[in-house]
Design a protein around this ligand. Structure first.
Ligand SMILES: Nc1nc2c(ncn2[C@@H]2O[C@H](COP(=O)(O)OP(=O)(O)OP(=O)(O)O)[C@@H](O)[C@H]2O)c(=O)[nH]1
Ligand SMILES: [Mg+2]
Length: 438
């Protein structure tokens, strides 16, 4: 248990983690609680105390059982904290029953609400803000109780970012929560419509990218792995980097030149975490759709994190959940500068899902050239090859191939220009009539 010096400006919280016997989560109860502490820290909260509970089963009414709730109340009194955060997502019933016992002056949140709050603080673009707002409404709708309306009055409304109500109640017009479920449902429908417009706009952008024929490399990984640091190292772009969870929410894409001179796009996006709220995954569809179109995935991990194996698994689980297509994946062990031993933990599962593994330090520019070489090789082997015979009068097509594909060799024959090329998948159809498999 940790106690911190009183600071009137900082919201004090008590964290509660519980684990039913026989469950095998990716992170142990204590490890997950440590992660929750980091999340609380990122949200600007001060952790005044922690409680853990090994239980035979989840209590249908209070999650942790009434005896333990008593301890929570005691700890709240002892520390003066008025906010409790549970490490697991509480069902609407748990939330209701616990709120009854804790009383109207105690704010009850769970990991999902905390993550949503961080997202609300970090959203920088309109799309990001819309997605977070949608996720918050979806999360709150079934949990709409007296507590929220009470908090709503306290909070007095607030923008998606920087509202005044403190953790968990920042966000979409708090006063809206005073209106009934139907109003919130209407709001959800409206947000979905707005997001649909954003999606269409994005898909237009994607079509332009596809036309440009430049392969897309998605930087994915657990939050804080160093994805943004790598994009900055590769492109020199001014990108926000922080020792914080979910520093990045909105995707950033930059053009990067591979050793051969070939151009690819690298896209940095929102990080993942275990127990990511389902409402968030659903709401971030527009952002995640971009990832789904990647030609290559760089799965970045923080080698220095003692739970790196669990992190890898958590990321793979989320990729499966969003139905990431089977494009080549490269496992990138980042932060090797800070990793004394030349030892990488064994991979949890079948390591054949990775086309390659590379060790780098994004911050100290170690292994970056090697990484780009590997990306180049993987791009080359993953793109289909064709032997195309283009009639001489279609010089425009030959020019297009030089621009959009990789021409391996060229020969002038009596039938036309014969080219061996690597084609991005979307060009296959266009050139089908000219080709045979190389
Ligand atoms: N020692 C060391 N630290 C690094 C390295 N790369 C990144 N970091 C640090 O790790 C922290 C997270 O880096 P980011 O690039 O923001 O990580 P991210 O994966 O984009 O994280 P989110 O956007 O929060 O998901 C920052 O404090 C970086 O300075 C590295 O190679 N070595
Ligand atoms: Mg980032």
């Amino acid at each position: 248990m940790t106690f911190q010096i009183d600071n009137a400006d900082v919201e004090k919280v008590v964290l509660v983690a519980a684990q039913p016997r026989g469950s095998h989560p990716l992170l142990s109860m204590h490890e997950s609680l440590a992660e929750l502490t980091l999340l609380a820290d990122t949200a600007g909260l001060s952790v005044a105390g922690q409680l853990t509970q090994n239980m035979t089963r989840i209590d249908p009414a209070t999650y942790i059982g009434s005896g333990k709730v008593g301890e929570v109340v005691e700890l709240l009194n002892e520390t003066g904290a008025k906010t409790v955060i549970f490490d697991d997502e509480l069902s609407p019933r748990h939330q209701r029953e616990l709120s009854e016992i804790l009383g109207i002056n105690v704010k009850l949140l769970d990991r999902s609400a905390l993550i949503l709050d961080i997202f609300a603080q970090h959203a920088r673009t309109r799309e990001g803000a819309l997605q977070v707002e949608l996720a918050q409404y979806e999360y709150r709708l079934p949990r709409l109780t007296r507590q929220w309306t009470h908090l709503a009055r306290q909070a007095g409304g607030g923008a998606a970012r920087g509202g005044s109500g403190g953790v968990g109640v920042r966000g979409p017009g708090e006063t809206q929560l005073e209106v009934d479920r139907r109003e919130i449902s209407k709001k959800i429908t409206k947000l979905k419509e707005e997001l649909e417009k954003v999606r269409q706009h994005r898909s237009l952008h994607r079509k332009q990218r596809q036309k440009s024929g430049v392969p897309l490399v998605a930087l994915l990984g657990y939050t804080n792995a160093g994805k943004s640091t790598l994009l900055k190292a590769l492109s020199g772009a001014d990108i926000y980097i922080a020792d914080q969870l979910f520093a990045t929410l909105d995707p950033t894409t930059r053009r990067v030149e591979l050793p051969s001179g070939r151009q690819v796009l690298f896209s940095d996006t929102v990080g993942f975490i275990q127990k990511l709220p389902p409402a968030l995954i659903a709401a971030f569809r527009a952002t995640l759709e971009e990832i789904l179109e990647a030609d290559v995935v760089l799965h970045m991990v923080d080698t220095t994190n003692p739970h790196v194996t669990a992190h890898i698994e958590a990321v793979e689980d989320i990729l499966a959940e969003i139905e990431m297509p089977q494009v080549p994946r490269i496992l990138v062990w980042n932060k090797i500068d800070a990793w004394g031993e030349q030892f990488l933990p064994p991979l949890p599962e079948d390591d054949r899902i990775y086309a390659a593994q590379v060790k780098i330090s994004a911050q100290n520019h170690i292994g970056i050239e090697k990484l780009l070489q590997v990306v180049e090789e993987v791009c080359a082997t993953s793109l289909p090859r064709r032997r195309l015979t283009i009639p001489y009068e279609r010089g425009d097509l030959v020019a297009q191939l030089y621009e959009l594909a990789r021409v391996i060799n060229r020969e002038n024959t009596s039938e036309g220009v014969v080219l061996n090329v690597e084609l991005p998948v979307y060009l296959l159809e266009r050139f089908e009539v000219y080709g045979t498999h190389a």
